[in-house]
Design a protein around this ligand. Structure first.
Ligand SMILES: Nc1nc2c(ncn2[C@@H]2O[C@H](COP(=O)(O)OP(=O)(O)OP(=O)(O)O)[C@@H](O)[C@H]2O)c(=O)[nH]1
Ligand SMILES: C[S@@+](CC[C@H](N)C(=O)[O-])C[C@H]1O[C@@H](n2cnc3c(N)ncnc32)[C@H](O)[C@@H]1O
Ligand code: SF4
Ligand code: SF4
Length: 308
C-alpha cells in the first residue's frame, strides 16, 4: 500500500538523519533542515520499529544521513536492523570513515553509498569542509567502489571555489567507476538574498545545456525528475546526475521523500519551517503500531511542495 499526499505525490522513501554530530565543518551545510539542537538520538531498536511500520505503508527506500551517519558507533547495528524491511538502503556520508567501514557496512546490508567530494584540490577541499582529509576520503571511495556500488560522488558546486573543477570531476568519476552528482547550492527562500548565497550560488543550468550537447544518452529519474547525462570521457562513459532544486517546481512536484530528524520527528520538507511532528514521544510512551501509523498518515497529509 502506498500513501499519497494532498498533491498526489506518493511517499515511497524515508530520509533518516541519524545524528547531528559531524567530524567536518562544511560552511554551507544545510543540516538537512534540522536547525535546532536535538538532545536524544533514536536508538537502533526505535529506528527498526519506525522502518518496519513505514515499510507496511509503502516505504521501499531508506536513505541514512546526518550530520555524519558514520560517527555513530552503532551504525552497523542500525543497518543490520533495517535492511530486512527495505529494497534500497543507502547512506550519504562525507567518506571519512569509509576505508574501514565500506566492507562491514556492505556485509550488514547497506546497498550503496553517496560520498561527498566537493573538490580534488587539498586546499579547496579544506576551505569547503574545514578539514584536511581529502586523501582519507579518496581511499574511502576506492574501498566503497569495491563493496557498495553504485557509488555516487556528491559535488555541491560553489562559485569561485570549485566551479572550475566540474569537468575534471566528471573525468575522475568515470575513472573511478562512480556516478557524479552535481548539486546546486540550496537554501530556503529567505536566505536567497543574503550575501552568502549571492556569493556562492552557481547556477547549473548552463552546465546542463553543455552536458546535453555532449551526452550520448539522457535519462530522467522518477524522483524529482532529475536528469542523468551519459557523457563520453577518456575513461569511458561518465554518468552525471544534476540536482537542481532551487525554484524548481518540477523537482518538488516529484518529491517522494519524508524526512526523519535525529531526535525522532517527522519533517515534511528540507526547506520548510514549522513542519515537525514528534513521534519519538509516542514511541517511548508505549504507543501501539496503529497509533504510530496514525501519526505517519497525518504527516503525509501535511506534505506540500516547497516551490510551486
Ligand atoms: N531540496 C531538496 N534537496 C534534496 C532532496 N533530497 C536530496 N536533496 C539534495 O540532493 C543532494 C544529494 O543528496 P543525497 O543525500 O546524496 O541523496 P540523493 O541523491 O537525493 O538520493 P539517491 O539518489 O537515492 O542516492 C544533497 O545536496 C541533498 O541536500 C530533497 O528532497 N529536496
Ligand atoms: C547534510 S549532508 C549529510 C551527510 C554527510 N555528512 C555528507 O556530507 O555527505 C548531505 C548532502 O547534502 C549536501 N549539502 C549540504 N548542505 C548543502 C547545501 N546548502 N546545498 C546543497 N547541498 C548541500 C552535502 O554536501 C551532502 O552531499
Ligand atoms: S560533512 Fe555533511 S553533515 Fe558534516 S558539515 Fe559537511 S555537509 Fe554537513
Ligand atoms: S518539497 Fe521540494 S524542497 Fe521540499 S523536500 Fe521535497 S523536493 Fe525538497
Amino acid at each position: 500500500m502506498t500513501l499519497y499526499d494532498r498533491f498526489g505525490r506518493p511517499v515511497t522513501n524515508l530520509r533518516i538523519s541519524l545524528t547531528q554530530d559531524c567530524n567536518f565543518r562544511c560552511f554551507f551545510c544545510h543540516r538537512e533542515g534540522q536547525h535546532f539542537n536535538a538532545r536524544l538520538e533514536l536508538t537502533p531498536a526505535e529506528i527498526e520499529r519506525l522502518v518496519r511500520i513505514a515499510s507496511r505503508l509503502g516505504i521501499m527506500k531508506v536513505k541514512l544521513t546526518g550530520g555524519e551517519p558514520t560517527v555513530r558507533s552503532d551504525i552497523i547495528e542500525i543497518v543490520k536492523r533495517i535492511k530486512p524491511y527495505v529494497k534500497d538502503l543507502s547512506m550519504t556520508t562525507n567518506g571519512s570513515r569509509l576505508k574501514e567501514l565500506a566492507k562491514p557496512l556492505a556485509e550488514a546490508g547497506l546497498d550503496r553509498v553517496n560520498v561527498s567530494l566537493h573538490s580534488l584540490r587539498p586546499d579547496v577541499y579544506r576551505k569547503i569542509t574545514g578539514v584536511d582529509m581529502l586523501d582519507t576520503v579518496l581511499e574511502g571511495i576506492e574501498e566503497a567502489v569495491k563493496y557498495l556500488s553504485p557509488v555516487k560522488l556528491n559535488m555541491t558546486v560553489m562559485r569561485g571555489l570549485n566551479d572550475a573543477e566540474i569537468w575534471e570531476m566528471i573525468d575522475f568519476a568515470a575513472k573511478t567507476g562512480a556516478i557524479l552528482q552535481l548539486i546546486e547550492l540550496e537554501a530556503p527562500r529567505e536566505m536567497t538574498h543574503t550575501g552568502f548565497f549571492r556569493k556562492y550560488f552557481y547556477p547549473l543550468k548552463p552546465v546542463e545545456r553543455e552536458l546535453e550537447k555532449r551526452a550520448v544518452e539522457v535519462r530522467e529519474r522518477r524522483m524529482h525528475r532529475r536528469k542523468k547525462y551519459f557523457v563520453p570521457t577518456d575513461y569511458g562513459i561518465a554518468e552525471v546526475e544534476v540536482v537542481r532544486a532551487m525554484h524548481n517546481t518540477v523537482f518538488c512536484a516529484n518529491c517522494t521523500r519524508l524526512r526523519v530528524t535525529s531526535d525522532g520527528k517527522f519533517k515534511t520538507c528540507l526547506l520548510r519551517k514549522n513542519d515537525l511532528v514528534d513521534f519519538a514521544s509516542a514511541l517511548r510512551s508505549g504507543a501501539s503500531d496503529a497509533e504510530l501509523v496514525g501519526i505517519f498518515r497525518e504527516v503525509v497529509q501535511m506534505r506540500e511542495p516547497y516551490w510551486k
